[in-house]
Design a protein around this ligand. Sequence first.
Ligand code: PMP
Length: 363
Amino acid sequence: MFEEFWRETGDAAEVVIPGWQTMSYFSDVTNVCWFLEPELDRQVRRLHRVVGNAAVDGYHVLVGTGSTQLFMAALYALAPDAAAAAAGEPISVVSTAPYYSSYPAVTDFLRSGLFRWAGDADAFKGDSYIELVCSPNNPDGAIREAVLDPKTGNGRTVHDLAYYWPQYTPITKRASHDIMLFTVSKSTGHAGTRIGWALVKDRAIARKMTKFVELNTIGVSKDSQMRAAKVLAAVSDGYERRPEQTKETTTTPLRLFDFGRRKMVERWSMLRAAAAASGIFSLPEETSGFCNFTKETAATNPAFAWLRCDREDVEDCAGFLRGHKILTRSGAQFGADARYVRVSMLDRDDAFDIFINRLSSLK
Ligand code: PMP
């Protein structure tokens, strides 16, 4: 979906890397995250200040190969150390259902002795856990808060804010949680660059997360970090022109979040019309709030549609849709009912249009 925007942006987001550059493992040995390129650190902080979606002062910025690597790093850093784990059980990792399907898969695939997937946070009993809070939530777009931490105050929460950007939701507050994860995959659309970042308050946790990335991949591609920095700079430039640009530049830089919001509003209205035309699907209610970034009231436009098939005879909605050449992911993979499916709202225009046509014709 974002390709069209970046095509028009042209060389403002282009990078050229000479053969002799970015060769070392190291970026800044004085930083906790010693493989973080200083320019990426600067552009991450700058963009959060422009958007106002997360606090950066007093936070360490850590870079990962996608936020997926930092998610694993956070589990490693928050779990009791190996000696404590050897004496007891692995710590439980929970998230309120429906939860992002990668959380259980990534938590358990190496059968760690440190942590173990334990399912729905709402059903969890006990006080030793790591809670994953995804807001806006993948798959259903809900605005979420921690459910266990307010009860126990154990402080082991990871906030996955991949979708907390103005194209998807009003920015209602500056988030300031202990560990916050972000990614270019969802903010700018550059999933293939594989760059995510974490904002981490506590130095000891930041060091442990950095250690995980060191042991896992000895750092993160500098070429990718430079590309991500350039892309983030192009986004901020759209909203906050640097002083030296104001005189010479006559053309207004393009604005990513305006583009993204316009597309998402259009797509959600097409999807709601198609669901209504078919008569057999329902979607989450639209919610809205005042966006501190745009200074307007805005609706949430989630990156995924959490679609329910209301036909009594259809128990496996994903199977039913597959039969009509619509590929989705079943609700069962998100700890929910198979009458639900998750549909991506971020495909290219041509694929999205075909999806809308096929969906509206189903009875
Ligand atoms: N968190 C959430 C909630 C996601 O939906 C995704 C991508 N589907 C990710 C993390 C992964 O992001 P990345 O590409 O940065 O690894």
